[in-house]
Design a protein around this ligand. Sequence first.
Ligand code: 9WN
Length: 427
Amino acid sequence: MIGEIRREATRVLLSNWRGGSTVPARGLYPHQWSWDSAFIAIGLRHLSVLRAQKELESLFGAQWQDGRVPHIVFDAATDSNAYFPGPEFWSSCRHGGPPRQSTSGLVQPPVHATAVRKVFEANPTAACRRGFLERLYPRLVAWHGYLTRQRGLSGNGLVAIVHPWESGMDNSPAWDEPLSRVEPAGAGTFRRRDLGHAGDGERPTDLDYGRYVRLASTYRDHGYRDGALTHEFAVEDPLTNALLASSEADLAEIAARVGADPAPHRAEVERMRHHMVEHLYCSAAGMFFPRDVNTGALIRQPTVAGLVPLVVPDLPVVERLVDTAFGELFRPDHPGPITSYARNGDSFEPSRYWRGPGWFNTSWLIWHGLRRHGRHAEAGRLRRDVLEAVERVGFREYVNPVAGDGRGAVDFSWTASAALDFARTEG
Ligand code: 9WN
């Protein structure tokens, strides 16, 4: 079983490689995505450390002057109409994006320093030869600096996302309430391309899309300047903040390797951990919730994002989070990834994208967090369940937790990457 998974995962990652980076899936996602590339590099390092390094270098090659790492880097060789919203929509070059590449103006969760560290540790000699860490370290510092300086919108020590796409969990039920205040762009003003590749029962609705387009075009029309705009959607997401804290811990290790001072990075981890527990943790629910910056209220929707803070080192509430993660709420009926939304949630839909299906990257993050906290028994159980799902459904984008079948894109890169990493790790 493991041998077959390794072979097939390798096939997927090789066939989705485009010469300098990897597409998440052919057809549906024909460009480079930010957090996908980080997960992909983590898997690729088992096949070729050079490719894994290039995956991350190409993404950071498209970093903006202000330090942001764009959520999509468009492939110039691919038809610009293949994905909506495409390069013309974002007009990145006019707003501080890199001069020779087209990108989006949004960001995605910062899991990159973790990926850089893992790729480095896979083969330190090869990395040193190419100056991999020396080149990436200042870029990672600028990236984290962008988030903490420009996205610290409420001043409470946490960073905010300003669009559901920035969460990576686009149509999460947690975004319904803040999104309901956004006037959607007219249905006739844009043309979705995603529905040509996946069923409309598995993707966000047209109403969601109208709101996504409105938010993105307003941000663009303000030159993507964070301070210059009262964001209609601004949320402190536990997943984004947790990944920033955990990446900052990895950045401390990277700093030590390149001869920089790790102390400020360690202080930053401590600061973020404190603010996350103070502002986003709900002890009654045993999990974290996002906070709406515009209302100041917690959004009490139980999604897997509220469990991802397990990745934060020395988190004081690990016990409760583990109980929630492995309780009934997030358990699929068939062995597989933890569900993206609690089974008893009022918006649970087992086939629709981030409103119920299990995803492989979030389960990888929880596994990583469990191992970080020495919870090897639970980590091993999750690993076995996820590998069993891969065996059953292949490298699908997500899994219906009720029927147990695969949904969304086939041959999805981060599913292959996570499977490869699980398959290569004992326990
Ligand atoms: C919008 C590429 C990306 C992932 C996101 C996932 C989905 C895009 C879309 O695909 O988002 O960025 O078109 O739906 O939600 O997490 O990075 O795989």
